[in-house]
Design a protein around this ligand. Structure first.
Ligand code: TRP
Length: 338
């Protein structure tokens, strides 16, 4: 890990869906950029996904798909550690230890748990914990261990995950307070992108592209389907000849994330000049998307084949991850008296 500073950056990705363009622009591309700056660790949080996914085939598929996506997008497994959470049993042992020093009240205040209870209240149910499993409740402790056991300094996450990283720091602080004479855990910090970082992408309905809105463009659609979907992005009815406002065009906003600065400027000029229609703009966007996604899709498809390099890469990653985790767990065990 040659040119990086001494900080360790770690992020987990929960395998609960197919990757889409919004994930790529909002999370994957900036995270790969970050690997140039810090020693970076990425893992697939498959046991976190178990709190909501009940279909074994689907969980297996999403788990491989997340790994294949990151590798196809350019993650170099010889430089950056990538592994599957479930391959590192040390995490689950330490999870028990940390749950024994964590206040239950802290978990009661966790956003995701509170939101689930609020939903029950809104539905008029008497049992506010209806449909909530212990995995959802313990989720933040497991996530804290993901972070602490790898000695992470920085945790790049979206705003919605900030509380979880604060909990990890809080739990590490409790451990250090109780056992710090014998062993100390590193206190992590969240790194959240600025509001105006320009990393959000409009979806097919103009709202932020997000799985929960059902307005996404999947990252690895076959080319013909990708082109078809691009044609579905809504536009207004300004005729071809008339000037158009690039700033209010969803198609243009997506294009700006994938085009070179010169291409973006040229497209802006054409739109404002008039004589350039939405259909042409969509064709240009589809070409630009295909230029970046085409080669990625090919790598992804190869990695997703049974018996591909993917399994070996994850296997090596797990070995490496366990080597990192072991001394931390040993330090914790000795400190607590096991
Ligand atoms: N909870 C995160 C999410 O839903 C995924 C995750 C699990 C994670 N463990 C982590 C993120 C550790 C960062 C660090 O997106």
């Amino acid at each position: 890990m040659s040119q990086t500073d001494a900080k360790v950056s770690l992020t987990g990705i929960k395998p609960t869906g197919e990757p889409h363009l919004g994930n790529y622009i909002g999370a994957i591309r900036p995270a790969l950029e970050l690997t140039k700056q810090h020693e970076s660790i990425y893992f697939i949080a498959d046991y976190h996904a178990l709190t909501s996914i009940r279909d074994p085939e689907l969980l297996r598929h999403y788990t491989r798909s997340v790994a294949a996506t990151w590798l196809a997008a350019g993650l170099d497994p010889t430089e950056t550690l990538i592994y599957r959470q479930s391959d590192v049993p040390e995490i689950f042992e330490m999870h028990w230890v940390m749950s024994c020093i964590t206040a239950k009240g802290l978990m009661n205040r966790a956003h995701a748990y509170k939101a689930a209870r609020d939903q029950n209240a809104a539905a008029g149910r008497d049992e506010l914990d209806a449909g909530i499993n212990m995995g959802l409740y313990n989720y933040p402790v497991l996530m804290a261990v993901d972070i602490l056991i790898m000695g992470s300094d920085i945790v790049p996450v979206g705003k919605d995950q900030m509380q979880h990283v604060e909990y990890a720091a809080d739990i590490a602080g409790t451990f250090n307070h109780l056992y710090g004479k014998a062993y100390t855990l590193k206190i992590p910090e969240a790194s959240v992108p600025a509001e105006d970082s320009g990393r959000t992408l409009p979806g097919l309905d103009g709202r932020k592209m997000s799985k929960s809105y059902g307005n996404t463009i999947p990252l690895f659609l076959p080319e013909a389907k990708l082109r078809k979907m691009v044609r579905k992005i809504p536009t207004d009815s300004t005729p071809v000849e008339e000037p158009k406002d690039p700033e209010t065009s969803h198609v243009f906003q997506i294009l700006a994330q994938f085009a070179t600065p010169a291409e973006t400027e040229e497209t802006r000029r054409r739109l404002t000049a008039g004589g350039y229609g939405w259909g042409q703009l969509k064709n240009d966007l589809a070409d630009i998307l295909e230029r970046e996604l085409g080669p990625m899709r090919k790598r992804y498809d190869t990695l997703m084949e049974p018996g591909s390099d993917l399994d070996g890469i994850l296997h090596n990653g797990a070995e490496e991850a366990r080597k990192r985790a072991r001394p931390v767990l040993d330090g914790v065990r000795a400190a607590i008296g096991i």
